[in-house]
Design a protein. Structure first.
Length: 429
C-alpha cells in the first residue's frame, strides 16, 4: 500500500498513546531526546533540508492533538521546528508548531526531541537513521548506501501506521503476580532532598565490552543490569528489599509487527536474589540470561501486551481527563514501587555510512520518579551509557564505575550535566 493511502487514513484515535500522555506528572515529560555530536560544525541549511525530507517519510509523526468526542491525532502540515539551541522547545505548543517532534542544534550538536507517546527507541532510531542519511549526504556531498534506510520516496506500508496492540486478538491471559517492594535508591541513600535530575554519560569500547560479554555469558543489557545490581547490593549489603531491574523488551517480534511505529515496549524483571550474591560473575550472568530467555518467549511477551492493553482500555473507558490521569498515574506509582532501576537498549544503532561522521551519541529520557535509568546506545564503535537519575549525588555512578574497573572494563566518563528536557503541553495539565 502506497503513501497516499496512509495520508487518507491519517486521522487517528488514541490508544497505546493514552498511557504515556496521561501519566505526565512529577515533572516527567516522557520525551525521548537523541543528542548527536557530529564530527564537524552543523550547517543549518543542510539540517533544514534533512528534517523536511525526513518528515516526508514519517507522516504518522507529523500530527497534532485534536478533540471531537475523543482525542485523536490529525495530520499537521506545518513545518517541524528547528531551533538554534541545546534546549529545544516544548512540544504541542505554538513554538513547536503543535508538533510532538522537534529538532535543534548548537555548534556540532544535533538534537531530536520526540514524544514517547508517538514512539519508542526503535521508532526514534528509524527517524534518526533517515535524518542522518539526508543530512550527511547534503552536508558532505557524498553518496551513502541506502540499504536498510527508510527514504522519502518509499511506499509506506499500512503495517507501519496501524496499531498492532489495538488489533491484537486472542492474547494470553496475564497471570496475576504480587511483586514485593523493591529497594528504593532515593530513600536507601537518604537523597530525598537532592532534587537535581542528572545525566552521567559513560563511553565503553564496543569491541572490548562485547569480548567481555562473550567470555562471561552475558549480553550488553543483561551485563549492565547485572553490574548495576551488584553495585547496589555492595552499597547496601544489609537491606532486605529486593533489587529488581526492569530491562526493556521490544514487543514487535511477538506481535509480528516489525514495521509498527508505536511505543511497543515491555519489560523483563531481573531480581538479584540473595543466593546469587556469592556466585561468580559468569554464573550470575548465566542466571540473568535465563531470566531474560524465559520472559522473552512470545507467550510471555504477549501476556505483557495483554496487560498493557487492559490498562489502555481502562483509561479509555473513563469519562473525563482527570479520571484518566488518575488511572495512568496510579499505574505509574505502582510500577515505581516494584522497581529499583531500568536498563534500556534498543540494539546496535547501525546508522550505516553516516556513523563515521558521528563523534558522540546520547539517549536521554525524562528523569524517573525514584529509580535509576540507564540508556544504552551502540554507535561508531562505542557503547554509550547514559546514567540518568533524579538526583545529583554521584554515589551510585561512582560505585558503578568502580564495578566496571574491578572487572577490567575501561571506561570514559564524558559528561556530567543537569537533565534538561522539554515539556509537553496538554489540555489536562
Amino acid at each position: 500500500m502506497g503513501k497516499e493511502s496512509v495520508y487518507i487514513l491519517l486521522e487517528q484515535k488514541l490508544f497505546t498513546e493514552l498511557r504515556t500522555l496521561y501519566s505526565l506528572n512529577w515533572g516527567k515529560s516522557n520525551v525521548i531526546r537523541i543528542r548527536i555530536r557530529m564530527r564537524d560544525l552543523v550547517e543549518p541549511d543542510h539540517i533544514r533540508y534533512a528534517v523536511d525530507t525526513t518528515m516526508e517519510r514519517y507522516p504518522y509523526f507529523c500530527v497534532e492533538l485534536k478533540k471531537a468526542e475523543e482525542y485523536y491525532f490529525a495530520q499537521n502540515d506545518r513545518p517541524v521546528v528547528i531551533t538554534n539551541s541545546l534546549s529545544g522547545v516544548d512540544l504541542n505548543t505554538a513554538e513547536s508548531n503543535y508538533h510532538f517532534i522537534s529538532f535543534s542544534w548548537k555548534d556540532n550538536w544535533i538534537i531530536m526531541d520526540i514524544s514517547h507517546a508517538l514512539t519508542d527507541g526503535t521508532g526514534a532510531y528509524e527517524v534518526i537513521r533517515t535524518f542522518l542519511y539526508y543530512y550527511v549526504s547534503s552536508r558532505y556531498g557524498v553518496k551513502l548506501a541506502e540499504e536498510g534506510i527508510r527514504l522519502a520516496d518509499d511506499d509506506i506500508s499500512i503495517e507501519e501506521w496501524e496499531d498492532p496492540v489495538l488489533k491484537a486478538q486472542n492474547l494470553p491471559i496475564p497471570q496475576r503476580t504480587e511483586m514485593s517492594k523493591a529497594l528504593n535508591v532515593v530513600s536507601a541513600a537518604g537523597l530525598e532532598d537532592d532534587k537535581m535530575p542528572t545525566v552521567y554519560s559513560i563511553a565503553i569500547s564496543e569491541d572490548e565490552f562485547m569480548r567481555f560479554n562473550i567470555q562471561n555469558d552475558g549480553s550488553p543489557a543483561t551485563m549492565v543490569s547485572l553490574f548495576l545490581s551488584r553495585t547496589i547490593a555492595k552499597l547496601f549489603p544489609d537491606r532486605e528489599d529486593v533489587i529488581r531491574i526492569a530491562m526493556t523488551v521490544n514487543q514487535r517480534k511477538a506481535l509480528k509487527a516489525p514495521l509498527a511505529h508505536q511505543t511497543l515496549v515491555g519489560g523483563v524483571m531481573l531480581e538479584y536474589k540473595e543466593k546469587m550474591r556469592n556466585w561468580s560473575l559468569d554464573r550470575q550472568a548465566t542466571a540473568y540470561r535465563g531470566m531474560v530467555f524465559a520472559q522473552t518467549m512470545d507467550e510471555a511477551v504477549l501476556a505483557g501486551v495483554a496487560s498493557q492493553k487492559g490498562i489502555d482500555q481502562m483509561i479509555l473507558s473513563k469519562q473525563d481527563d482527570q479520571e484518566r490521569m488518575a488511572v495512568a498515574q496510579m499505574i505509574e506509582g505502582m510500577a515505581e514501587k516494584i522497581l529499583t532501576a531500568t536498563v534500556s537498549y534498543v540494539g546496535k544503532a547501525n546508522y550505516k555510512d553516516a556513523e563515521k561522521y558521528i563523534r558522540d551519541f546520547r539517549t536521554w529520557t525524562s528523569a524517573t520518579g525514584n529509580y535509576i535509568l540507564i540508556e544504552i546506545a551502540a554507535v561508531n564503535g562505542k557503547f554509550s551509557l547514559d546514567f540518568i537519575q533524579p538526583f545529583r549525588s554521584p554515589l551510585y555512578v561512582n560505585a558503578f564505575l568502580k564495578e566496571l574497573e574491578e572487572n577490567g572494563i575501561t571506561y570514559d566518563l564524558q559528561d556530567v550535566v543537569k537533565l534538561d528536557m522539554p515539556d509537553i503541553k496538554l489540555p489536562w495539565r
